[in-house]
Ligand binder design. Structure first.
Ligand code: NAD
Length: 324
């Protein structure tokens, strides 16, 4: 199959491109490199540096690559920036998604997978939320993701294709950005490897549902390749397990300690301190993955600590990372 991955120079999209190639598919990536990295794009994938909001550029990508299926991962993904610059967020996530949907319709793409966010659209959820729960996005990012879901549904309903909306929980793994607002695991990992202090916002008893990137990639691959009926299919992609930020910090510290011992180092890993709660932070957010498990046979297979060790090992290899 010929699969176009938008955002394939980013964290999740680049792992997806790797997996699709190793499964024998032809892969192309379109990415403007705004947060992605050219070196994350696998050598065997065709690469188009373009902004998804640029209809003419997207038209050239579709005409040249002629995808059978598209996995739309490209997005502006910072909640904080979406609050500061909601118009920019909407421009990329709503208008950009419309451009992708239009190109899919023009080029008779039969399947479109869309990366949405469970954390951003369900709001508070201290028990695993199923897909038909009320949707209460708190941030402009959540609102733009929810709007994107509707345009993707429109693609399926109007064009007779198959659309799959994947609502990810908190994804972690190698290649996740640890700068600014990146995933908490990468931030703790990078700080602890550098023996620098890290901060837990609030009491640390807030919970999240952490899912390893390889499992998210597997959900995408199943969504792209399953024998699914036309129409829209919406699935949560998470573990259904609550983990507190305090517990995550302790388990990242253990992975960092192990990494240091393996590297022949024994300097201590600093314990994080607690800072003020961040306004607007959710107290709990966990998604129920039963539907995708039933429909596509997906389940989270990665062991959490093994995923943490892989993430820490990758962070330790990054230039500028002082493991001493
Ligand atoms: P990322 O920032 O690493 O990847 C996004 C990619 O999109 C980057 O390579 C970036 O350069 C590209 N991009 C951004 N704007 C673009 C534009 N206008 N044109 C072309 N390319 C553009 O983020 P990620 O964590 O890999 O996220 C991938 C998808 O998953 C996003 O849609 C995000 O909203 C969604 N998501 C991520 C998480 C998570 O925990 N990481 C959770 C829920 C949903």
């Amino acid at each position: 199959m010929r699969v176009l991955v938008t955002g394939g120079a980013g964290f999740i999209g680049s792992h997806l491109a790797d997996r699709l190639l190793s499964d024998g598919h032809d892969v192309a990536v379109v990415d403007d490199l705004s947060t992605g990295h050219r070196e994350f794009v696998p050598e065997d994938a065709a690469f188009f540096e373009a902004d998804i909001r640029d209809a003419a550029a997207l038209e050239r990508v579709f005409a040249e690559f002629r995808p059978d299926a598209v996995s739309h991962q490209a997005a502006h993904a910072s909640v904080g920036r979406s609050v500061r610059e909601p118009a920019y967020d909407a421009d990329v996530n709503i208008l950009g998604t419309i451009r992708v949907v239009e190109a899919c319709r023009r080029h008779a793409v039969s399947r479109l997978v869309f990366a949405s966010s469970g954390g951003a659209i369900y709001g508070e959820a201290d028990r695993p939320v199923p897909e038909d729960s009320p949707l209460l996005p708190k941030s402009p990012y959540g609102m733009s993701k929810l709007a994107g879901e509707h345009y993707v549904r429109f693609f399926a309903e109007e064009g007779g294709g198959t659309a799959v909306v994947l609502r990810y929980a908190n994804v972690f793994g190698p290649r996740q950005d640890s700068g600014g607002e990146g995933g908490v695991i990468s931030i703790f990992g990078e700080r602890m490897l550098a023996a620098a202090p890290s901060t837990i916002f609030g009491d640390g008893e807030q919970t999240r549902d952490f899912v390893f990137v390889a499992d998210v990639v597997d959900a995408n691959v199943r969504s792209l390749t399953a024998d699914s009926a036309p129409g829209v299919h919406t699935f949560n992609v998470g573990t259904g397990r609550n983990t507190t930020v305090n517990e995550v910090a302790a388990r990242v510290a253990a992975a960092v300690r192990r990494q240091r011992v393996d590297a022949g180092l024994d300097s201590p890993v600093p314990t994080p301190t607690h800072g003020p709660e961040r306004p607007g932070d959710l107290r709990a957010n966990v998604v129920d993955p039963s539907r995708i498990s039933y429909a596509l046979g997906w389940k989270p297979r990665a062991d959490f600590d093994a995923g943490l060790r892989k993430t820490v090992a990758w962070l330790a290899e990054q230039p500028g990372q002082d493991a001493g």
